[in-house]
Design a protein around this ligand. Sequence first.
Ligand code: WT7
Length: 645
Amino acid sequence: MSELYPVPADFAARAHVDAAAYDRLYPASVADPQAYWREQAAFLDWMRPFTQVSDTRFDPEDLRIRWFADGTLNASVNCVDRHLPAKADIPAILWEGDRPGDSRTVTWGELSDKVNRLANVLSGLGIAKGDVVTIYLPVIPEAFIAMMACVRIGAVHSVVFSGFSAESLASRIEDAGAKLLITADEGYRGGRTVPLKRNADEAVAGQPSIRHVVVVRRSDGAVPFTPGRDVWYHEALAAAAPWCEPVEMGAEDPLFILYTSGSTGKPKGLVHTTGGYLVHAGTSWRTIFDWHEGDIFWCTADVGWVTAHSYKIYGPLLNGATSVMFEGVPSWPDSSRWWSIIERHRVNIFYTAPTALRSLMREGDGPVRRHDLSTLRVLGSVGEPINPEAWRWYHTVIGGGRCPIVDTYWQTETGAVLLTPIPGAVANKPGRAGKPYFGITPRVVDAQGGVIDGPGEGNMCFEGSWPGQARTILGDHDRFISTYFAPFPGLFFTGDGVLRDEDGYYCITGRVDDVINVSGHRLGTVELESAISSHPAVAESAVVGYPHEVKGQGVFAYVTLKDGIPATEDLRREIKDSVRARIGAIASPDIIQWAPALPKNRAGKILRRILTKVAADDFQNFGDTSTLADPGVVDDIVQRRKADK
Ligand code: WT7
């Protein structure tokens, strides 16, 4: 592909890393990763310095991932204390509420005060080092404060996306054995009210591990309150002492848990540890976004995702950067909302997901042109492949043709970015996630496990460890090994397909496992199927992804009803609603197609390959259909798909 956007010369001139630096430093960083990461680790304030950089081995029989293991530190000291007193009166967070005009500034001084007080409140409620605290909050400053308060006392935070249902929240609380929940009375999104406390109460009802619920007051709504168990955040903070001694943590002590979907039903709680994660998140954030002192940064991700953990919260806080935080959605009250926020706060670096760009692009350039976006210098993309059309719109209309785009490839599991075009160093190619980050060794691997050199297509794997990677799946280390390290021994397997071009650029081609990527959110098809099949009218279901203009992939469900149950529009709606209630709105099927039977082989295995093709309106080349128990089933599915169009 020849479409190449060179790094603008004036950009390269002041960038942290230019092409010459990348070409010199990258090979050195992978030749001697220990030396590279030792140097990067100096970015943190350690309480006790480490003596050994790493002890790592990607051997499924003897997996070892340890970084800076004998060093000690505290995350909140690095994220907050060390920017004081110099930045006491400078904003850490420029917060914009859902409703235009509702805004708030949190200075570093205020952030520190609140973090210390909340840390004392948590200790007073019996939370100690190693305990898990679940956080179910909207995008409000208290989410940052809650995370920092946890890590100050060595508690492990587990943030659950506030769009998840009570049932999803309950299963995550249970899996982690969380002792305390931090939530809000209600949240606001796109003019609507989200009943967070009601969901939280429902979730906590069957969870004996939860002793207390700390409730942030965000709305004026009256919410149920259980005396003895529930504690108002504002009351507790006012009564708390203003200083909390930070707890000294080992570099390999857990920092947080974050759940994500996999190819089996149960979400996985990935465990990230303190030292390595902070080194990788903090240094990569600064390099990748080419942040300079004074720059205003905005990442639009919700606090419930890893994007926000590493690059909205830890990355900016570790660097003492001022960031914008926005509670609402880009389309409300109208589709110029984001652009008005960029203008108002003079944002320099903007990081978002392709799905949002595709939906805003449909509104035309008008809503953008009404605003002055000339402060923008770097744009970022994350969560799914960005199609070249959206890339060009982002580049031309949002970035005025002058801003490099960092298409960042990584995962909840990897903790921080692995592939990206570093903006001052690597020319952009639309649709390509660029080149490896420092210290990272990508491998393209064929189905037999053979490493492909040069251009080619295969499975996206990485060799050697990096400090930000997850250490295990909570309570299921065997699953951690079998998912990521057993498929290609000696390598970490991402679950993605990849293509490497003749210039060494990587293009992620999407998941190769039973995971679909809907609007940048990972959903396991098995998890979706079990939610659908729990509806009493459903006998069986099969879920696949299909190309969706805005979401990237949509959820396509083939549903077989129990004998004698009529297939009605009402039932379709009911099934969608039940998935929404069980998992959350993001998982609700876009299309439900009735299927009197599913195509199976003689062993009873569903042939998803065929279902995926039909969902994509591709009715040819079904491959080997000789294993089908009943070939007539496929004809029926094809006829129905054609008729539905
Ligand atoms: C999966 C990870 C990384 C934070 C957000 C999602 C896909 C992510 C890209 C990209 C193509 C991407 C992959 C990956 N993905 N970034 N720049 N280009 N695909 O984190 O929920 O853990 O999902 O998102 O499929 O495996 P996540």
